[in-house]
Design a protein around this ligand. Structure first.
Ligand code: CA
Length: 228
């Protein structure tokens, strides 16, 4: 039985969520403050955390940062607004997905299942992927280029890892939005473009003079070694 920890201070939401997830077969624990949630997450090692951003003691984004320092437990953040800048910060800081309040149990459960599926499949992937001078360790989440450690954000690493998975093949931007940003609808190609340009800079190349990242106009992006 999967264990879910809910960190949520709203007395109308928390018991309801506990009951409905319990009825769906999850073992549910909850905390109403950021700090108590953090210590529960560390002590009980849940399979997944649902984290509210507006908490009474510490901001949810800080809880996430502290949690990420010690654990890679999947985290779904919940926010009242989908244009909340801290929500975007959370995704960059390693949240696995998000739900916008008010959400239904069905929506949340779909996210939970998707996150569990993704994190389960991560474990089955081979640990190291090598593309030319580029090497990725998907478990340690580190990447090196010609032996030099790259300083990548979590999202940049995910993007690079997804491209490395299909090295030599063109991956469509819509596909990247789904696999890396988990946005099946309404995601913008611009998001992919911006992260690609950051990634290019870190790999020491440019769109005009590509080495590893090759844009195929109107189709997508291909990761391949410079001499391929
Ligand atoms: Ca709240």
């Amino acid at each position: 039985m999967a264990q879910v920890l809910i960190i949520e201070d709203d007395p109308r939401i928390r018991p309801l969520l506990m009951r409905s997830l319990g009825e769906l077969g999850y073992a549910v624990a909850s905390a109403s403050t950021g700090m108590s949630g953090l210590s529960l997450a560390v002590d009980t090692r849940p399979d997944l955390v649902i984290l509210d951003l507006g908490l009474p003691d510490v901001d949810g984004t800080q809880v996430l940062a502290m949690l990420r320092a010690v654990s890679d437990v999947p985290v779904i953040v919940a926010s009242a607004r989908d244009d909340d800048p801290s929500l975007i910060g959370c995704l960059d800081a390693g949240a696995d997905d998000y739900v916008v309040k008010p959400y239904t149990t069905a929506q949340l459960e779909a996210r939970i299942r998707a996150v569990m599926r993704r994190t389960a499949s991560t474990g089955e992937r081979p640990r190291a992927t090598v593309v030319g001078g580029l090497s990725l360790d998907v478990l340690a989440r580190t990447a090196t280029l010609d032996g030099r450690l790259l300083d990548l954000s979590p999202r940049e690493f995910d993007l690079l890892a997804r491209l490395a998975e299909s090295a030599g093949d063109v991956v469509g931007k819509k596909e990247l939005l789904v696999d890396v940003w988990h946005q099946a609808w309404g995601g913008s190609d611009k998001t992919v473009d911006v992260h690609l340009s950051w990634l290019r800079r870190k790999l020491g190349e440019s769109a005009a003079e590509p080495r590893y990242l090759h844009t195929v106009r109107g189709v997508g992006v291909r990761l391949s070694p410079p001499d391929a």
